[in-house]
Structures are given as C-alpha cells and as structure tokens.
Design a protein around this ligand. Structure first.
Ligand SMILES: O=c1[nH]cnc2c1ncn2[C@H]1C[C@H](O)[C@@H](COP(=O)(O)OP(=O)(O)O)O1
Length: 216
C-alpha cells in the first residue's frame, strides 16, 4: 500500500526519498544523518457551514524557513530515534515526554535520501480532540516557538464546492523533506481520507499549479 501511494503522488523532489525498513536503516545507514518527525492528530466529525466535514485535525507547523512540516528534528549522535524525537517534540511543541511518550508501535514509515544522506523516520499518534486543542495552544509556550517554529497550522482535509479550495490549495504549499507524502500516507493509513479523495485532491492541486505556471 505504502509504495503504491508513494509512487502515485511523488513529485520529483519527493521521489528522492526511497522507503526503507526502520530497524535495518539504523544498522545499514549509520553514517547518514537520521531525523524523526511525528504527526499528532484527532478525529473530528463536526460539519461546518452545513456542508464541509472536518474529518480530522492534523498538527503541522510553519517553520523558520517558510516550509510546512511536522514537529521533530535531527537525532543527535549516540541518541536513539525515539529519545531524539521526544527531545525535539518537547522543544518544538512543549510536550512533556513522560506524559506523551512515543513508542516503536507509533512508527509509520522510514525513507532514505541518498543524495542528502538523510534517513527520515516518521511516527504518528492519535489523541482525543480536546487533547489536540490543548497541545496546539501549548505550542506557543515551547522553547522553539518564534525561532524554529513560527506557528501551528491545521490541515484542511475537505475540498470546497468549487473543487479546489481546501486540501488542493493547501497541497500547493511548500513542504519540507517528504512531509507532504508523510501527510497523505498517514491520512490514508488512518482512514482520514480515502484513496479517491487523495487522488482527486492531488489532481485538483496539479491543475492549480498548471494554471499558475501558465499565467506567470
Ligand atoms: O516534517 C518533516 N517531514 C519530513 N522531513 C522533514 C520534516 N521536517 C524536516 N525534515 C527534513 C529536512 C530537514 O533538513 C531534516 C532535519 O529536520 P529539522 O526539523 O529541520 O531538524 P532540526 O530541528 O534542525 O534538528 O529533516
């Protein structure tokens, strides 16, 4: 499933990231840099404006470099991936690792980029909606807020009646690393979106891109 989805919506940039086995990658790519990021999400079936279903809230953020990404970061030398992830999550969203521990069972995917010698490990954790809101508002008090992290953002998982506003427009943002792939792959894995909804959003997103490119 993962590789089919990966190939389907890989952009040139995203295709630089090849799927790898998590445990093997730690042994086989010791000399590469490793980074770990995580998607925290809550299901949200509320409808608004009598039409659009929120489906879920997914926590992403705007980074210091203007890209969208997930909380997380580089693993220090000698540090385990989980400990490094917890440290970064604490710095970026102020989350106490003892109250909110990540485990190997939260691992979703790992990818390797041979050009940049970077291994990316991705985790996901579902929380209740109230907890999500609490985590999100807590971000403003984190160490990195205003430095590495400029602000939290939720992902619009719906597409509006015109067929492009909502998720398709959102997907036209600039995403760091393979975070756009990580987002869509997780949305599929956790049944937040169907494959058809993802395909349609990507098609609409590409159409917007073509129109913008032609008119510039
Ligand atoms: O959300 C992400 N998903 C996939 N890859 C990512 C994400 N955020 C960053 N990255 C890639 C690209 C970056 O060069 C490296 C390091 O991550 P970063 O968060 O910038 O690391 P530090 O906070 O500087 O430790 O991973």
């Amino acid at each position: 499933m993962t590789s089919v989805v990966m190939n389907h919506f890989a952009t040139n940039f995203e295709s630089d990231y090849e799927p790898i086995d998590f445990k093997n990658s730690l042994e086989d790519f010791k000399e590469f840099q490793h980074a770990a990021h995580a998607m925290i999400f809550a299901r949200d079936t509320e409808r608004f404006w009598n039409a659009l279903e929120k489906k879920a809230q997914i926590l992403m953020h705007i980074r210091f470099d203007g890209y969208l990404g997930f909380p997380g970061g580089l693993i220090d030398k000698g540090e385990s991936v989980l400990v490094g992830l917890q440290r970064e999550i604490q710095e970026e969203i102020g989350l106490d690792p003892t109250c909110f521990p990540f485990a190997n069972s939260d691992h979703v995917s790992s990818h390797i980029n041979y050009k940049t010698k970077l291994a990316l490990h991705f985790f996901a954790k579902e929380v209740a909606l109230e907890e999500f809101k609490m985590l999100e508002s807590n971000m403003m008090t984190s160490k990195e807020f205003g430095v590495e992290v400029l602000g939290p953002t939720r992902v619009p998982l719906y597409t509006m009646e015109d067929g492009y506003r909502g998720l398709p427009v959102f997907l036209n943002n600039m995403f760091i690393g393979n975070s756009r792939h990580q987002l869509l792959n997780c949305a599929l894995k956790f049944n937040l979106l169907t494959k058809q909804e993802i395909d349609e959003a990507l098609e609409a997103s590409n159409r917007i891109n073509n129109v913008v490119n032609k008119s510039s």
